[in-house]
Design a protein around this ligand. Structure first.
Ligand code: AKG
Length: 340
């Protein structure tokens, strides 16, 4: 039976057309279907948020008038549209961050700790232990909001929710977090490849500085405007990466394509020189990553949340049916692919 299933899987993976047909049918979503009907309105052939539409300026003016948007929101939304990122300096109170750090340390020190971690060397989750965190490179504790109320308090801070709601025009759903003690050194990438949603461009990453970030600790870096770059599709047609279907060669080619594209367009990476409590939002398509660590012993404490709007579903909803449960934190929805 297993052998048969494997053969079917390989057959589907080898035929991008068949894969696309099954994928689009299984992950069908009304909102995405609507975006696809108006594709001439978007830069990407995978649709996007209202901020990605060609009528952005008119809609923004109308919203500014009817909702009395302050100038700071208008400016932030313009940067979001044109550069693919937004910043909220000092949004998260220091005492909340301190209580979160203390809470997480306590959860890490439980024996055994309920937390799971992943790393560049071990992509599948393993139990968090101090030893594992030392052995492996680029360690991230995943979805700690399942255990820490303070993590949820940070990620659903009213200023974060406010910006996400402005961008999504829907309630934001928290679908995944990564907590880093050290810089990730992750190569420049677009989240659409790995953080897969059934409306691929309706996804926002939120990065919170948990301390003043020192230069040389592997700062968050990004390529402004790259959220609109779409010259590379996996297996010629997909925005998301599938290891079985695409193989490591395509992954390497895609990373190289991002660097080549930046060179051709004359775009240099910028770095987020964050102070404790600063928040950075990145668009689904913004190429970002972690700079090289010049001081490997120095920490770079940060918390990343990945959000989609209510109505959109992360792909794990389909292939991990045991992880469909949506919980609420003061009315704000969250779910996890790691913990039941
Ligand atoms: O914090 C970093 O260094 C990068 C994080 C990242 O790329 C992500 O969460 O998608």
């Amino acid at each position: 039976m297993r052998g048969m299933l494997y053969k079917i899987k390989r057959l589907i993976e080898r035929s991008p057309f068949l894969y696309g047909l099954i994928y689009n049918t299984v992950t069908r979503n009304d909102d995405y279907t609507l975006q696809r009907r108006e594709l001439d309105q978007y830069v990407s052939k995978f649709g996007g948020m209202w901020t990605d539409r060609k009528d952005f300026s008119e809609v923004l003016s109308a919203k500014a008038r009817t909702r009395h948007l302050p100038k700071s929101d208008i400016k932030r939304l313009m940067t979001w549209r044109h550069k693919g990122y937004a910043m909220l300096p000092g949004a998260i109170p220091h005492d909340l961050i301190d209580r979160y750090k203390e809470d997480l340390t306590n959860i890490m020190e439980q024996n055994p700790s309920p937390l799971l971690m992943t790393s560049y060397d071990v992509p599948a989750p393993i139990g968090y232990t101090k030893e594992n965190a030392k052995i492996y490179g680029s360690v991230r504790i995943v979805d700690d909001y399942i255990f820490s109320n303070f993590s949820r308090e940070i990620l659903f801070h009213p200023d974060i929710v406010r910006f996400l709601t402005l961008a999504f025009e829907q309630k934001p759903v928290l679908t995944q977090t990564l907590r880093f003690d050290y810089g990730s050194e992750q190569p420049l990438h677009q989240d659409t490849a790995f953080v897969r949603m059934n409306s691929p461009m309706k996804l926002v990453g939120v990065w919170v500085a948990l301390e003043d970030i020192e230069v040389g600790t592997g700062e968050l870096m990004y390529l402004p405007g790259s959220h609109n770059w779409e010259g590379f599709l996996f297996s010629g047609r997909f925005k998301h990466y599938d290891a079985g279907r695409d193989g490591p060669e395509q992954l390497a080619a895609w990373h190289q394509w991002i660097l080549d594209e930046a060179k051709t367009r004359g775009v240099e990476p910028e770095r987020f020189h964050a102070k404790k409590g600063d928040v950075f939002f990145w668009h689904a398509g913004l190429a970002h990553g972690g700079d090289k660590r010049i001081h490997p012993d120095k920490t770079r404490l940060s918390l990343v949340g990945h959000f989609c709007p209510d109505g959109v579903k992360p792909l794990y909803h389909y292939y991990k049916p045991g992880h469909r449960t949506v919980k609420e934190h003061h009315g704000m929805p969250y779910m996890s692919s790691y913990y039941r």
